[in-house]
Design a protein around this ligand. Structure first.
Ligand SMILES: [Zn+2]
Length: 224
């Protein structure tokens, strides 16, 4: 933990004179308060009864996340991503990275923030993660027609190919991204696809039409 603290202090020193990074860090703090009060697990402290400091979770608590901006052509982005989220307990690397052209793009920042919370929750408090998924499903099912079918996206090969990242394929990630789409008044899939929701929309339409029979079959085969 000492090492983690050192990493954070080094980062703080490095970025203290870089206005763009400070601005992005400020945005992340604002968004945490505005959009992530559910994922910070404050409501789970009494319920989960863990003797663990990650019972409540803030990107500015522990682990302390560092923030970076990199050029769009950085090879780490592999030519398709607009941001990155690294969570590595071994090396103490807790890092949100946004590409230069997306540094003010709310959908990209929120997208990477979901990854950050999801990584820590999955690692430290997976029960809370499951309960949160149920909570989000409950909150959204009356607002999003076909929500259950859309969650079929989890297994959709096109989505995996589109996003190149299996950590999008969890109920928690998908539901939280849809929750944020609705709260921002954006088309479904905007946070998932960094604001370029057209292809996700196409997939959702496809699921509503051609894919629907396949999905129905699966649900119907489930024992009652
Ligand atoms: Zn992602």
């Amino acid at each position: 933990m000492q090492d983690d603290q050192d990493k954070y202090s080094i980062w703080l020193k490095e970025v203290s004179h870089i206005p763009d990074i400070l601005n992005l860090t400020r945005k992340i703090a604002e968004y945490e308060e505005e959009y992530f009060s559910d994922l910070t697990l404050n409501n789970f402290v009494e319920l989960c009864d863990y003797d663990d400091q990650t019972d409540t979770l803030s990107l500015f608590g522990y682990p302390q996340w560092t923030v970076y901006i990199i050029p769009d052509e950085d090879p780490d982005l592999d030519g398709y991503s607009a941001g990155l989220c690294n969570y590595d307990k071994e090396t103490g690397d807790y890092r949100i990275t946004i590409s230069e052209s997306h540094k003010n793009e709310i959908t990209t920042i929120l997208h990477e923030m979901i990854h950050a919370y999801a990584f820590v929750i999955e690692d430290s408090n997976p029960i809370a993660g499951q309960l949160l998924s149920i909570h989000l499903y409950d909150k959204l099912y009356s607002k999003i027609p076909n929500l259950k079918d859309i969650l079929y996206l989890i297994g959709n090969r096109d989505l995996r190919e589109l996003t190149f990242n299996s950590s999008h394929g969890t109920t928690l990630f998908l539901l939280k991204s849809f929750d944020l789409d609705l709260r921002l008044g954006l088309p479904l899939g905007s946070v998932l696809a960094y604001g370029k929701s057209e292809r996700i929309q196409g997939l959702i339409e496809q699921i509503k039409t051609t894919g629907e029979t396949k999905i129905k079959l699966v649900w119907e085969r489930m024992p009652g």
